[in-house]
Write a protein that binds this ligand. Structure first.
Ligand SMILES: Cc1cc2nc3c(=O)[nH]c(=O)nc-3n(C[C@H](O)[C@H](O)[C@H](O)COP(=O)(O)OP(=O)(O)OC[C@H]3O[C@@H](n4cnc5c(N)ncnc54)[C@H](O)[C@@H]3O)c2cc1C
Ligand code: SF4
Ligand code: SF4
Length: 620
């Protein structure tokens, strides 16, 4: 096989609408659209341009090997979801429960290893001194009041995996839409600044994408409208951002890595279905935690490690274990068993990271279009609702036989989106987290200010790109671990082929994790759990180190320390190695790399491309 992938003859298929990704945003789009393409008598309500007489041909390609293999047990107010399914009964959806009780809890540091400012240390000393007067228990304070913007009253606790499978069945049974999991889109097809469809990923190639035996070039799907709902690190969203740029003043510099477990709670658990706990303060002040209880003693729990946590050892897995071991949580979790786990990044720039939402032949929905609201801690409802808004707009344009031009999409989709609650709440949230750029206490004050004044008052603090904020290991541990010792630990860990962050955290007083083989298991064992991380052969590596010379002189190698799947390891000559079979597709490496590429201070040295495999679990 000599031809390069760009030269080969590709099959072409024509559709009316092609969608990239089947997350909540595209689910909202397809759930709304699919019901209205056909009349009750079975005739086409609107007509296909590529198959005259039939309803429009709508195809959706999903990267993951099955529907719902993403991650995130969620709590959501479910406004958009209920609008699409007015009769929605949580009893019909596995792992769904109505929200019953919500608590916000401050976790004190029971170990003394956490990095706390003097303000927090003084505050904790005060809490301990007056604990008899406070709702203080097991090294934690349950806040007696939480601001209304944080509440999910009337909402649902959901396993997104289960919910997506449920929606997928509803949508496909309409007969008007096809969803193809295990089929990554590799790129958008762009002609004269117009998106004319997508190209699917090549198969039968080596790690570098070079064709081998059994080479199957990805098919080209031409469509009048391409709907891009590929999430916060989607390659098609990235391509469109590179091609069309971001609106003036916008940037996507805020993000978080969310890591979560799904667990069986002990038989005598006191936690009731629908219980929602949000924590802050521990294991590090910057790390937020959550615990949502599903029916039948199952819980989703996890932590978020945000972009403004300025450390070169951003390890979500190890921190999640310390979080579970906090006395306030451990009293509920002792005796639990790990069922499933996963990780995924969240784009937290919200409206500030909004790209161009429409253009000739394309529209963007969901988190990749800046929908996630960091003030209310809500992403699913917003993503879903923008999908539903696009569906209404598409139906309007199809009925009036207008083409999917930038202007027409502006007049329909953008108009709906700008007039909706998604936009109004995004405006309130836009600068709500700026305070965190200068510390956690300022950050919390900033959020409260923004939330309680409807965004009229916020603190200053322009987000800066990661390479400007991640210190080297030597800088970060100055005064705590001598440079020579860091170098010694670095060499020892490289010889033992173990992560450096474990040794550094231990050196700073974090105790070893008491593995119990049930809930507290090693990172490697979690990866092997039930064969849940898989990668079919014959595809190119989707994580690529763009400029190896930058890696060679990189002081932090944070990509290795933070990797959610231990898929990035020390490699030869200082350039990390990537093992596709361990990658959970969280996207954390894409955001976290510590070096910008030459000529573009907003782009880091890791490319996160289209790829297959990842988690095999629909419980998350
Ligand atoms: C740990 C965690 C906890 C969270 N908790 C909550 C919560 O409690 N409440 C809440 O409201 N929100 C929560 N969120 C946020 C919420 O999950 C997101 O806002 C929401 O999933 C965004 O939906 P989306 O459809 O825009 O994107 P995604 O959910 O990211 O879906 C995008 C889809 O596109 C697919 N895709 C990507 N690239 C390609 C490609 N090239 N080809 C084909 N398919 C592709 C992906 O596999 C994925 O299925 C949480 C997120 C995380 C990570
Ligand atoms: S990918 Fe980024 S963080 Fe990793 S070694 Fe290279 S430059 Fe450093
Ligand atoms: S290599 Fe895969 S698992 Fe590791 S951080 Fe990157 S996307 Fe996540």
């Amino acid at each position: 096989m000599d031809a390069s992938p760009s030269e080969v003859e590709r099959q072409r298929m024509d559709a009316d609408i092609v969608c990239v990704g089947f997350g909540p945003a595209t689910a909202g789009f397809l759930a709304t659209l699919s019901k209205r393409l056909v009349n009750p008598d079975g005739t086409a309500a609107v007509e296909s341009a590529v198959m005259p007489g039939a309803p429009p041909q709508v195809l959706c390609y999903e990267r993951a090997d099955d529907i719902g293999f993403g991650v995130s047990g969620v709590v959501t107010r479910a406004r958009g979801l209920r609008a699409a399914f007015p009769d929605l009964d949580p009893k019909n959806i596995p792992m769904a429960a109505p929200v019953a009780e919500e608590k916000v809890v401050y976790l004190l540091d029971p170990i003394g290893a956490s990095r706390r400012s003097w303000t927090l240390r003084v505050a904790e000393a005060g809490i301990r001194a007056f604990q008899g007067l406070l709702p203080f228990e097991d090294e934690a304070v349950e806040l007696p009041w939480a601001p209304p913007f944080l509440h999910k009253t009337g909402g649902l606790v959901l396993s997104m995996g289960q919910f997506m499978q449920w929606v997928g069945t509803q949508v496909q049974s309409s007969g008007t839409v096809q969803i193809w999991p295990g089929t990554p889109v590799s790129e958008a097809l762009i002609e004269d600044q117009k998106v004319i469809g997508v190209r699917l990923l090549d198969q039968g190639v080596d790690k570098q994408g070079k064709p081998g035996n059994g080479f199957m070039p990805g098919m080209d799907i031409h469509a009048a409208l391409t709907v891009v709902g590929d999430g916060p690190v989607g390659p098609i969203g990235q391509q469109l951002d590179a091609q069309f740029g971001l609106p003036e003043g916008h940037h996507a510099r805020d993000w978080a890595v969310g890591m979560k477990f799904v667990v069986d709670l002990p038989a005598d658990t006191a936690l009731k279905p629908g219980t929602v706990l949000h924590t802050f303060g521990f294991p590090e002040p910057e790390i937020f935690g959550f615990l949502y209880v599903h029916p039948e003693r199952v819980a989703s729990l996890g932590i978020f490690v945000p972009s403004w946590f300025d450390t070169p050892v951003r390890t979500a897995y190890r921190y999640l274990q310390h979080w579970m071991l906090h006395p306030y949580l451990w009293r509920q979790l002792r005796g639990s068993k790990l069922r499933s786990w996963g990780a995924k990044t969240l784009g937290e720039s919200g409206r500030r990271g909004e790209p161009h939402l429409v253009g000739d032949g394309y529209a963007r929905i969901g988190e990749g279009s800046g929908t996630t609201n960091v003030l209310t801690g809500s992403g699913v409802d917003e993503a879903w609702t923008t999908g539903a808004q696009l569906a209404e707009s598409v139906l309007e344009l199809l009925k009036s036989r207008k083409p999917f031009t930038r202007q027409n999409l502006d007049d329909t989709y953008l108009r709906r989106r700008r007039a909706s609650w998604v936009e109004a709440e995004a405006r309130v949230a836009e600068k709500s987290r700026h305070g965190f750029q200068k510390g956690v206490v300022r950050g919390m004050i900033g959020m409260a200010l923004a939330g309680l004044t409807n965004g009229r008052l916020t603190l200053r603090g322009e987000p800066v790109p990661p390479y400007k904020r991640i210190p080297s290991l030597e800088e970060y541990y100055r005064g705590r671990i001598p440079e020579a010792e860091i170098e010694r630990l670095r060499k020892e860990c490289a010889i033992k082929n173990v992560s450096l962050h474990g040794a550094l955290m231990q050196r700073c007083g974090w105790p070893a994790i008491p593995y119990d083989g049930q809930l507290l298991v090693s990172h490697q064992d979690a990866l092997l759990l039930g064969g849940k991380v898989q990668a079919p052969p014959g595809y190119a590596d989707h994580v690529v180190f763009l400029y190896p010379e930058l890696c060679e002189r990189c002081g932090t190698r944070i990509c290795i320390e933070l990797c959610s799947g231990q898929a990035i390891t020390p490699g030869e000559g200082g350039v990390p190695a990537f093992d596709r079979e361990k990658c959970v597709h969280c996207g954390a490496c894409y955001w976290n790399c510590a070096q910008p590429v030459p000529g573009n201070p907003e782009r880091m040295n890791i490319a996160f491309r289209s790829g297959t495999g990842g988690l095999h679990s629909a419980e998350n």
